[in-house]
Design a protein around this ligand. Structure first.
Ligand code: GTP
Ligand code: MG
Length: 213
């Protein structure tokens, strides 16, 4: 049984002016194209086809908002790092991200999704900086953990934990086997149950208990 029984697609935004109203609490999912963001959203929310997934990298070029009820949302941010994206589109992505991270008061946490076989690219670090500039907590999902062998996956977790050195919590995750699913759900629930202050502010700091390292 899903903890969010009324989850539904809200809207896709191509421009910041199309973002839905900046109220309540929102958790964003970011990551390279094809890293498994949409698949992670679907499995964490317990819905098969809520966020569209694709074998073709770079498919989600919009900011997609999902309503979980009670002014709580999940946001599927457009993927990055796809070499064949035209420069104009890359620039568009950058503008969208700067607007999103620069303005969004509702932002309560960022899931950063990285294929566990090639985590922490330059663009991933750029996302970490966007979130840190906002004092927004970050939880890294090392996705597709069913792909490598066990030792390789554990090694990836250990290395990523060392590289992140406390700037984000991190765990292994697989949308296929369900590895790490409950841990990821606990992080989402923690962020979405934060109290917001009277003026729409919230306590700062990355204090969420993550799983893994
Ligand atoms: N084996 C395996 N494949 C996965 C997993 N998660 C996602 N995939 C596959 O990886 C591909 C990309 O997944 P998406 O969830 O669409 O990735 P995305 O990050 O949303 O991609 P863009 O929206 O294009 O940026 C799809 O073919 C998925 O089926 C996983 O945990 N294990
Ligand atoms: Mg996607």
């Amino acid at each position: 049984m899903s903890r969010y029984p009324t989850v539904s697609f809200l809207k896709s935004a191509h421009r910041p002016s199309d973002f839905c109203p900046d109220l309540g609490l929102e958790v964003a999912f970011a990551g390279r194209s094809n890293s498994g963001k949409s698949s992670a959203i679907n499995s964490i929310l317990g819905r098969r086809d809520l966020a569209r997934t694709s074998r073709t990298p770079g498919r989600t070029q919009l900011v997609n908002f999902f309503e979980l009820g009670g002014e709580r949302r999940v946001v599927d941010l457009p993927g990055y790092g796809y070499a064949r994206v035209a420069p104009a589109l890359r620039q568009h992505w950058k503008g969208l991200m700067e607007a999103y991270f620069g303005q969004r008061v509702a932002l309560a946490g960022l899931f950063l999704v990285m294929d566990c076989r090639r985590p922490l690219t330059d663009s991933d670090w750029q996302m970490i900086e966007f979130a840190e500039a906002r004092d927004c907590p970050i939880h890294v999902l090392l996705s597709k953990s069913d792909k490598p062998g066990r030792n390789e996956a554990r090694d990836a977790l250990r290395k990523a934990g060392a590289q992140l050195s406390g700037r984000a919590t991190v765990q292994l995750f697989s949308a296929v086997t369900g590895e790490g699913l409950e841990a990821a759900r606990r992080v989402l629930d923690g962020w979405l149950s934060k109290n917001k202050g009277p003026a729409g502010t919230r306590p700062a700091g990355n204090s969420e208990p993550g799983s893994g390292v």
